[in-house]
Ligand binder design. Structure first.
Ligand SMILES: Cc1cc2nc3c(=O)[nH]c(=O)nc-3n(C[C@H](O)[C@H](O)[C@H](O)COP(=O)(O)OP(=O)(O)OC[C@H]3O[C@@H](n4cnc5c(N)ncnc54)[C@H](O)[C@@H]3O)c2cc1C
Length: 470
């Protein structure tokens, strides 16, 4: 039901549903999983709305239908302990991982689905893991084995398109290009959402799943409701691009080698490995550009890229760790004139900025052509640079990434993961202290990847459907 009313001198359209609506903020993997689960569990589709600030296909790479997930590399990491802390909140994490797998593979044809299904365990071979672990022991590092199914960007996008068809064919309302600016408790119970264009929506159940790009929105929402929040650590560093032959032994065995170090007491790790991939730009705002990576299995590049991330826990008295990470992103963007910067390993090591000439002499060319040569040390703090340098040398060890610290390797900046604030207390159904207000995905602070973000959406969507249909 639509009601027109006057608010502060202008007409506002308020969407009210007498039966009670389930409204989801954010059409990323978490929000979509919640909607699909709610439909499958019997909540009538026409009582569900998803509000998404981006377009159906959005060039920001972090917004639009599918969220950051639609443009992701599509690596499904089927481990309870990797990609988030959801296992600390919910029961039966192994069962949830199976459901997530079905949510992705179930939207492919039977043959393709079976092909991916057969990959289970392929990258978690015990003998290979043992060998890598031994090489890590010699290098002073730690290897974390993980069961991974690499879908690749194109397949991931196809699945997201089929999710869209599933929801729209059944009558779920998907409001694209609509930014939620705030929400508060409605006078008559439930929640009232305010959208940028002046629309208001009444929700009986509200799920906030705005992902990492919704950080500012989430900070405001939690403050507005007076909910206690906690900050997670931040991850800042560089994206490394090298000859695929340098990483071949590890990517063949593991696809995504997850290696960790503790250097000067600081935690550092490899993350988001893209074998045969390319480096790309992700856009969090007009002047907030970061680098990331993707693998298009159908067009191998002969390079591998991966993030090297320094985890920093900025606790008391710092109350805005994300701003610290954003400062790094902004500084690097200033140096690159609103472009990412790239530096050859030899120049980084020698504390000299890279110039166009160095890139010409490097043994590989950057896959991200718009990255401009520069000096990462002018943007990234000295401690992170030191720790990254020592970690890179440890990676360049017998049985690991021999040949990494060479003129065959490029470093890109800024690479950062903006984890967001999260409500201090969430129930096993991911409901906050305020009744009927749920949080899921990277915006809940509990997840950092596709599988756990989707799993959290399943948990919240199922609970809402249970309450709505009882
Ligand atoms: C390039 C790239 C590659 C990646 N590769 C992988 C990978 O291979 N494997 C893996 O596990 N993870 C990967 N990730 C991470 C993964 O994509 C995220 O963890 C996942 O998408 C989180 O899902 P989400 O639903 O919580 O948030 P998101 O996917 O971020 O979606 C949130 C949505 O909410 C919308 N939104 C935010 N605020 C508002 C608002 N106020 N009003 C309306 N809408 C709003 C956003 O526009 C966005 O579409 C990758 C990420 C990127 C960027």
């Amino acid at each position: 039901m639509r009601v027109a009313r006057i608010n502060a001198g202008r007409e506002v359209t308020r969407i009210v549903d007498p039966n009670g609506r389930f409204v989801i903020i954010g059409a990323g993997p978490a929000g979509i999983a919640a909607a699909i689960t709610a439909v499958r569990e019997g909540l009538p589709a026409e009582r569900i709305t998803i509000i998404e600030k981006g377009a159906r296909h959005d060039d920001s790479r972090v917004s639009g239908f599918g969220g950051a997930g639609a443009n992701s590399d599509g690596k499904l990491v089927l481990e309870s302990e990797i990609g988030g802390e959801l296992a600390e909140h919910v029961a039966d994490m192994p069962g949830l991982l199976e459901e997530v797998l079905e949510l992705y593979l179930g939207f492919l044809g039977p043959e393709e689905s079976a092909r991916y299904e057969q990959m289970r365990g392929r990258f978690r071979d015990a003998q290979a893991s043992e060998q890598i672990q031994r090489a890590c022991i010699r290098a002073g590092l730690e290897y974390v084995p993980a069961d991974i199914i690499p879908l690749g960007t194109a397949t991931c996008r196809r699945i997201v398109d089929r999710w869209y068809d599933f929801l729209s064919e059944r009558g779920v309302q998907v409001l694209l290009g609509t930014r939620v600016t705030a929400f508060d408790a409605a006078d008559d119970g439930g929640w009232l959402l305010h959208c940028e264009g002046g629309e208001e929506l009444c929700a009986r159940w509200l799920l906030a799943a705005p992902g990492r790009s919704g950080h500012q929105f989430l900070v405001g929402a939690l403050e507005g409701l007076g909910l206690d929040s906690v900050h997670g650590p931040i991850d800042i560093g560089v994206r490394v691009e090298t000859d695929a032959r340098v990483t071949e032994a590890l990517t063949e065995a593991t696809w995504e080698f997850k290696l960790r170090g503790l250097i000067e007491g600081e935690r550092i790790r490899t993350f988001c490995v893209c074998p045969q991939g390319s480096v790309l730009v992700e856009r969090y705002g007009p002047d907030l550009l970061a680098v990331n990576g993707q693998t298009r299995l159908e067009s191998p590049t002969g390079r591998t890229n991966f993030a090297v991330l320094h985890t920093i826990n900025l606790d008391d008295p710092c109350d805005c760790p994300n701003e610290y990470a954003q400062l790094y992103i902004r500084t690097a963007s200033i140096l690159g004139a609103r472009n990412p910067i790239v530096q050859t390993w030899p120049k980084f090591e020698r504390r000299r900025r890279s110039r166009a000439g160095d890139l010409g002499y490097a043994f590989i060319r950057p896959t991200l052509e718009r990255a401009l040569p520069g000096d990462i040390r002018l943007a990234l703090n000295a401690k992170s640079c030191r720790v990254i340098e020592a970690f890179m040398r440890a990676l360049d060890s017998d049985g690991l990434l021999e040949g990494l610290c060479s003129n065959r390797t490029l470093l890109y900046a800024p690479e950062a993961k903006l984890y967001t604030v999260r409500p201090a207390r969430l129930s096993e159904h991911l409901e906050s202290e305020r009744a009927e207000l749920f949080f899921a995905g990277d915006g809940s602070g509990l997840t950092r990847g596709l599988v756990q973000a989707s799993a959290s959406g399943i948990v919240a969507g199922r609970e809402v459907a249970r309450r709505a249909t009882r």
